[in-house]
Design a protein around this ligand. Structure first.
Ligand code: TZP
Ligand code: MG
Length: 229
């Protein structure tokens, strides 16, 4: 596992291999374009392919991300991350527990955890998560069986609770984030002591007809505080 120092979480791409999102596009080509457009970290999330294919696809994705100096994480699958030697994993609350994942992957791996509440966020921070994927922010067809929709108010509440406990864990949020709401999500959830480190998106990039432009436009938005901030 490569070192996890100074990871840029600002534009976090989560992949989706289904035709509902990808259309006729090729996963690898979309990720190449997204990386060229400026995504700063990629999570390979694949709920449909067989394990042999997942390993092969992960290897191909890792060639792309490694060449660009962008970390690659694997959703759920510590075994796949180990097989490929990429930077880490993202685990949900029902996946392998964080401490076991950390033990298997080592101290330098990036291990991220999904958090839907203050309790889940504090626990994951205490257990040594590198970052939290906070959400679901807005309802999204990309993942229908999500736990509660927490909105920007819920994200803000989790951030201030983490700040109160002096947790320095990095944070991104996910769920229904797109070009129209990215600035609001980033800037309206911030408190003086803690703000999001980035936004995570699936369809805003994976379903875009021009994923490179979608990525560079999002980068631009992220870098620009809105007038109401
Ligand atoms: N976890 C919570 S919502 C979600 C995941 C993986 C999907 C987000 O997809 P989109 O298309 O960015 O709304
Ligand atoms: Mg999971």
């Amino acid at each position: 596992m490569t070192a996890r120092r100074s990871v840029d979480y600002s534009l976090y791409l989560v992949t989706d291999s289904t035709s509902a999102i990808l259309g006729k596009k090729d996963l690898l080509e979309v990720v190449k374009a997204a990386v060229a457009g400026g995504v700063t970290i990629v999570q390979y999330r694949d709920k449909t392919s067989e394990t042999a294919d997942v390993v092969q696809i992960a290897q191909q994705l890792y060639e792309v991300t490694k060449a660009a100096g962008v970390p690659l994480l694997i959703n759920d699958r510590v075994d796949v991350a180990l097989a490929v030697g990429c930077e880490g994993v993202h685990v949900g609350q029902d996946d392998m527990d964080l401490k076991t994942a950390r033990k298997l992957l080592g101290p330098d791996a990036i291990v991220g955890v999904t958090a839907n509440s203050e309790e889940e966020a504090s626990q994951a921070a205490r257990d040594g998560a590198d970052y939290l994927g906070i959400g679901t922010v807005y309802a999204t067809p990309t993942k229908e069986n999500t736990k509660s929709i927490i909105g920007t108010a819920g994200v803000q509440q989790i951030l201030s609770s983490l700040a109160k406990q002096n947790h320095t864990v990095k944070t991104v949020c996910i769920g229904g984030i797109n070009h129209a709401n990215a600035q609001r999500v980033l800037y309206q959830t911030a408190s003086p002591s803690k703000q999001l480190d980035g936004i995570a998106v699936v369809s805003a990039i994976m379903a875009a007809s021009d994923p490179k432009k979608a990525s560079s436009d999002l980068r631009q938005l992220i870098a620009t505080p809105p007038p109401f901030a």
